[in-house]
Write a protein that binds this ligand. Sequence first.
Ligand code: SF4
Length: 274
Amino acid sequence: NYKNQAQEYKNNYVLQYRYPDYTTEDLDWIYSLGYTRKLHPHSPLKMAKFSVVTHRGCIGGCNFCSIALHQGDEIISRSEANILKETKGLTKHPDFKGYIDDFGGPSANMYGMDCEKRCGESCWRCTDLDRSHRRLISLLRKARAIPGVKKIFVRSGIRYDLALDSEEYIKELSEHHISGTLKIAPEHFSGEVLRLMNKDNSRFDKFVDLFNSLNKGKKQTLRYYIMIGHPGDDEGQVKLLGEKLARLRNIEHFQLFTPTPMTVSSCMYWTGLN
Ligand code: SF4
């Protein structure tokens, strides 16, 4: 993402230019354009007609995911003022009934985790990363106080392992922003497959316990995304997964690993190497 690259291929070169930098101001400008939110009557986007994008990029670093390759591997957030302006604008739309379908980005709880240094190293592992969720909590509180807004749903996935660093955020989400189920993506439960995915589920049970205790009596549950067929996943690993899943309810769906262009997992899939 950070360097121009040239790869020789049969007397020619394939060029890949470095990812262009963009800023909060750029996003504020783009999201302030006069979108009509008019959709074809059968558009599959209907359920996202009144959704608000809060940021772009993901610092999660899942090896199978291409989000970082097309949105960047650091967070660029819109300004709070700009998001609130858009939210106020929604309340004037003739079709708006008070419900915001989604409020988030690739991983909804990374809003405000922008880095000023932009050193090119992984934000996820950086000790300076502000995991308090304070900017996001402040934004959500102000947005739902806007007259005409009845409910803001957070339907984009969240990184539960990051959310665990702010119990206040999980409470906020549970109290105000869930539509029956919160979707999280543990993806697998075999340590070996998780290592190859660059994921860590060591705090999964802790999150489930906390969520359940905060949502007692609320009829709000968790749903899980699981991925099978990732490099490293074999019969033994699937057995491990099956044992864990037998103890969980609400599997949202199984996704069969699909090698997306340029991801680390696709490279493993193609080369057979880690
Ligand atoms: S957390 Fe989600 S968006 Fe981010 S890298 Fe992982 S799968 Fe992709």
